[in-house]
Design a protein around this ligand. Structure first.
Ligand code: SF4
Ligand code: SF4
Length: 187
């Protein structure tokens, strides 16, 4: 604790501190604001942003992409997805599909395992609400979100392709790999 410099000394020190603080305030007053007036002004999301989850339709046939296979349900760590499969003649569907977004970890595992790119993340996080029940998303709501927001780049197919390890380059002159003889063969 600094020693007291007497009444006038302390008063001078206080005044200098106030002037320094006001100078910082004045400099910031003239700076361009870094905040935006949301929701009137929307800040553009980065290209690789992935937020809300949604269900998709096939662009050509307009059919639901989800085949109700339940892989997303099995992989989901906090178990917030529930799917009921509806078996049909040509393909299967999701009879019901619910996602409790309020408990989602946004780990993207459901997207990664989906064989038909039916569940994806959108390039938005614009679903703020004060009512938790609004974040219990059913199949219709998930499809509506898929139409409402711009999809992110990451589909299950692209993510799986990205994670596939590259094949080792073939070395010139190296002997071709021969298959190991089956156990017990020729005995
Ligand atoms: S992002 Fe992760 S936690 Fe959220 S629904 Fe998908 S698998 Fe579950
Ligand atoms: S969203 Fe994908 S992984 Fe989940 S049930 Fe539908 S097809 Fe299967």
């Amino acid at each position: 604790m600094p020693a007291s410099q007497g009444f006038w000394g302390d008063l001078g020190q206080l005044c200098r501190a106030v002037v320094r603080a006001m100078a910082v305030t004045f400099v910031n007053l003239l700076r361009k604001p870094v905040t935006v007036h949301y929701p009137d002004v929307e800040r553009p999301y980065p290209d690789r942003f992935r937020g809300l989850l949604a269900l998709t339709y096939d662009k050509e046939t307009a059919e639901e992409n989800c085949i109700g296979c339940r892989l997303c349900e099995y992989i989901c760590p906090p178990q917030v997805i529930k799917v009921e499969m509806l078996k049909a003649e040509k393909r299967n569907y999701a009879k019901t599909f619910t996602l409790e977004l309020y408990a989602c970890e946004f780990c993207e595992l459901c997207v990664q395992v989906c064989p038909t790119d039916a569940i994806i993340m959108m390039k938005s996080f614009d679903l703020a609400t004060a009512d938790r029940r609004e974040l219990l998303l059913d199949k219709d709501r998930l499809h509506a979100l898929g139409l409402q927001f711009e999809p992110s780049w990451a589909t299950g197919t692209l993510l799986r392709d990205m994670q596939t390890p590259p094949k080792a380059p073939r070395v010139e002159g190296a002997p071709a790999k021969t298959e190991a003889p089956a156990e017990g063969k020729g005995e």
